[in-house]
Design a protein around this ligand. Sequence first.
Ligand code: HSE
Length: 400
Amino acid sequence: MSNELNIGLFGFGCVGQGLYHVLNNSKGFTANITKIAVKNRDKKRTLPQELFTYDKFEILNNPSINLIVELIDDAEEAYQIVKHALQNGKHVVTANKKMVATHLKELVKLQEENNVSLLYEASSCGSIPIIRTLEEYFDNEQLTKVSGIFNGTTNYILTKTILEKLSYPDALKQAQEKGFAESDPTNDVEGFDAKFKAIIIALHSFGVFCLPENVLNIGITTLHEHDINYANEKNYKIKLVPTIKQVAPDKVAIFVLPKFIQQHIPLFFTDNEFNGVIVEGEFSGEQFLKGRGAGGHPTGAAVLSDISALSYGYKYGYKKITQNKSNQPENQISIKLYLRYNTEDELKKLKPISIDEKFESAQYKFVVGYFNLKTIKEEKDLILSNKLFVCVANDEVELL
Ligand code: HSE
């Protein structure tokens, strides 16, 4: 790719504006934003009106634009834009985790077929360079597990409500005002956003293509004071933790669940909108990366880094992809959970494999024991509608 970068930008929300600012303040790097496509004609813009268009083809069909930066909210529209751009020989940088996670296999193929590059560092864990680290540094080492905090909004809410005693609605409102939350925050608090990121990271760490519907995500919406008290008594913090773990040579388990975090784990000190990724390698052992996981500037900085990488022709190598791996996440695994429930019937439906601890009071009941992840996935609706709370109790993840 030529060093002259002419960017067609889609979206001028929190991340788009963050990128604009970051780009204008980066020394030794020139890239022109030629045109910005936006949806809302009524919104007051901070830049001259002639820079904006409402017609996506004004950018997509402009031969002088050699790089598309896609930062819109709508995953389906983003997919159409990115697909069109790749098919027409334009390189793309995107931050859209839902779009990337949902179409990963096709997007990898489109890059190969059209000899173009699609980079998406900003889609996963904001400013933490996790994808490039997996691609470039861990490209040949066999990894055993990647886990962490991949969502800034839930971490912010958990920090503010548990440590600073703010109410849940106020904490969410702050996360929205600060530009951390998705436009539909259900994606954050129910763990969908973290799941999309886990799926992307699973490809770069283990070479598997998993579809979102096959991966369990339960967020923090049913967390209750009782659960917080239990965690406080044990000196644990509660974090929403995606886990991607090799459970057999050809099998990877992926799930997103709240987890108790003990003080000696680096995630214990990863609060507010910060994200943290723990990469465990066969030979390197444990690595921990921490950084701002959400917000216009940190995410804009990740987009800038991708733009810069494209200026010297960078492409993902996808070296971990091999033919002998199952692309279905393995859900027949045993995990140790804390489960707060209301009735014995609910407990029965969740079919504990064994129970280590059981507590009953007039107010609430809980058990700590081993469960099959597959059953938890099948009973997700029961868990959410009856407001039960499940929380991973330790690191034991075993194939059943
Ligand atoms: N809503 C996302 C988060 C934004 O809170 O992490 C960054 O992907």
